[in-house]
Each structure stands twice: as structure tokens, then as C-alpha cells.
Write a protein that binds this ligand. Structure first.
Ligand code: XMP
Length: 314
């Protein structure tokens, strides 16, 4: 694939296809970002890009996405629906219920924005592995993936998928060509940090995992820059519903447990845990227990492959 030619042809085709307003959900991931960037070049501010802040995003995520799209000519909106999401998930502990509630809420927000702007077209960053049988469907039987697959019918919009014949490496190549700062971003699940808080994903518990995740990401990226290790395929933190006894100063503490998870994978179907140097694990553990010292007093590293584990804990 020649990126310049692909972009040029896509713009032409999108201009011929889309004669009204279009909408796209932007997650900050590489697929939706590339689809949004190309479509905005084709139809400008007839495209509305919606980033739904569910309250379960990583630290600085909404602002980073805004920054990426600040140079593009599209109607970019961040919808802060966090209170709504927190309320819907209050008291919910079952992983599948969490995923379903988040998926449904996401559609509600999206539906509101689509009606508000009068969008007739829905742009999706679907790529080949998403619709080729094996990949998506096998995964879907294990966990209900949050995506907007069910949207077009429910919203009565026409679906346009500019990347549907491409593979991930080609989409990454396009992102680099378009100078989109998302090309090497690690995958992040649609339900976000809600599935990285085991048990109820209350705002207080999400705040803990958000900070721990930020520290784990920072230390791993620093170690990669220093040449101490190679970049894992995915790396993050999980908060367990398990308290353990520790010491804080001279006093007995009873605090939360954080799991650090890092994996190597090709396509997320199988994965092996990353052999992170102990020195790096040590830095992560010290920082988490120092910076979150009033709440977290234990950090463990997940050494499970997929299968039998999955990459995420829920
Ligand atoms: P699992 O945990 O099933 O995850 O081994 C495989 C890959 O998929 C990501 N993941 C999701 N991505 N919506 C997504 O867009 C989801 O609901 C979802 N659940 C898991 C996960 O982060 C990993 O990269």
C-alpha cells in the first residue's frame, strides 16, 4: 500500500459518497484516529468527531486526543459523561454487566450527539481483522467487546468504513504518513479502566488505578528509552478487591493491591507475559507504594500467559 495514494483515493471516494453530515467516535486509538483524519480531509467540518469521556480514561487521555485533532478541520467534541457512567456502574461488580452497561451508555451519548448535529453517515475505523471471521468473533465469545458495531441500524445512519481492507501495520503506516501521534500507541479497551478495577469501579477506586497505571506506563517507557528493555505490546495496572497487611512508617497498614501486567503478542489472540527486568519492576513497585502510600501497600506482577489467562483481568 502506498500511503499517499491511499489517502488521495480515499478522499476522492469519501467526497463522492458523503453528501451530508457524518459522525465518528474517536477513542484515541490508531484506527479511529486515522479514519477521522482522512475523512476530515475529505469533508472538513461536516464531520463531527466525538470523544466520550466515560470517566474511565487514562490520565490526560482526553487532552491528548484533543491535541492530536487540534490541527484537523473537523468539529471535534469531548463529551464528559463521567457522572452518568459512574452512576450506572454504581454497585455493579460482574465483568460482563459492566461491559454491557458501558456499551449501552456509550450508544446513548453517541445517539444524542448524532441527533444534535443531524448526521446521516457513520464513519467507523473498522479494519480487516475486525470483520474477518476468526479474530473478532472468537474473542467476542470470551468477552463482550465494547465497540460501536451495533450502531448504524439503531441510529438509522449509513455506514462508511474507509479502512476496511487494511491490516494494522498498514493503518500504523498511514498514521505515520499523516503525522498522527498515535501510530505506536498501545491498545486500550473500550470499557477503559472500569475493567481494570476488579469489583465495583467507583470513582475513588478508578482514581487509584489511573495513577498506578500512569506510573507503570511512565517507568516502562523510561526503561525502554534507557535501553533496559524492549517495548511490551501492552502494559498496564489493575486494582484488586484484596486488602493486605503492611507497614507504613512504624504503623500497621491495611491497604490495596495493584497488579502490574505487561505482555508480548502479535494479534491479542495469544500472549506471553513480558520478561521485564527486576530493576524496572522494582522502580514501579517503589513509586506506586510511595506515591499512593496512603492506599496501596502491595504490588504484584502477573506472570500468566494467554491462554489460559486473558490479557485484561475482566
Ligand atoms: P483480552 O483481555 O480478551 O484482550 O485478552 C485482548 C485485547 O483486546 C483488548 N480489549 C478490548 N478492546 N474493546 C476493545 O476495543 C473491548 O471491550 C476490549 N476488551 C479487551 C485488550 O486490551 C487486549 O489488547
Amino acid at each position: 500500500m502506498d500511503p499517499a495514494k491511499f489517502v488521495e483515493d480515499s478522499i476522492k471516494e469519501l467526497r463522492e459518497t458523503i453528501d451530508g453530515k457524518a459522525i465518528i467516535a474517536i477513542s484515541g486509538g490508531v484506527d479511529s484516529s486515522v479514519a477521522a483524519a482522512i475523512t476530515s480531509q475529505a469533508i472538513g467540518d461536516r464531520l463531527t468527531g466525538v470523544f466520550v469521556d466515560t470517566g474511565y480514561m487514562r490520565k490526560n487521555e482526553a487532552e491528548e486526543v484533543r491535541e492530536i485533532f487540534s490541527e484537523y478541520d473537523l468539529d471535534f467534541r469531548i463529551v464528559d459523561a463521567s457522572d452518568d457512567f459512574y452512576e450506572s456502574l454504581s454497585g455493579v461488580t460482574d465483568p460482563e454487566r459492566k461491559r454491557k452497561i458501558i456499551g449501552a451508555k456509550f450508544i446513548d451519548v453517541f445517539r444524542e450527539v448524532a441527533a444534535e448535529v443531524g448526521a446521516e453517515y457513520l464513519i467507523q475505523g473498522t479494519i480487516a481483522p475486525d470483520w474477518i471471521e476468526s479474530g473478532g468473533e472468537l474473542r467476542d465469545t470470551i468477552k463482550s467487546h465494547h465497540n460501536v458495531g451495533g450502531l448504524p441500524k439503531k441510529l438509522g445512519m449509513k455506514l462508511v468504513e474507509p479502512l476496511r481492507d487494511l491490516y494494522k501495520d498498514e493503518v500504523r503506516e498511514l498514521a505515520r504518513y499523516l503525522k498522527l501521534n498515535v501510530a505506536e500507541r498501545q491498545p486500550f479497551p473500550g470499557p477503559g479502566l472500569a475493567i481494570r478495577v476488579i469489583g465495583e469501579a467507583s470513582p475513588e477506586r478508578v482514581a487509584i488505578v489511573r495513577e498506578a497505571n500512569y506510573i507503570a506506563e511512565q517507568e516502562i517507557e523510561r526503561a525502554v528509552e534507557e535501553g533496559k528493555m524492549s517495548m511490551p505490546w501492552q502494559y498496564f495496572a489493575v486494582l484488586l478487591p484484596v486488602k493486605t497487611v503492611g507497614v507504613h512508617g512504624d504503623l500497621r497498614a491495611y491497604g490495596e493491591t495493584i497488579v502490574v501486567r505487561a505482555v508480548e503478542s502479535m494479534d491479542a489472540m495469544s500472549a506471553t507475559y513480558s520478561r521485564i527486568p527486576h530493576e524496572v519492576l522494582d522502580r514501579i513497585s517503589r513509586r506506586i507504594t510511595n506515591e499512593l502510600g496512603d492506599r496501596v501497600n502491595r504490588v504484584v506482577y502477573d506472570i500468566t500467559n494467554k491462554p489460559p489467562g486473558t490479557i485484561e483481568w475482566e
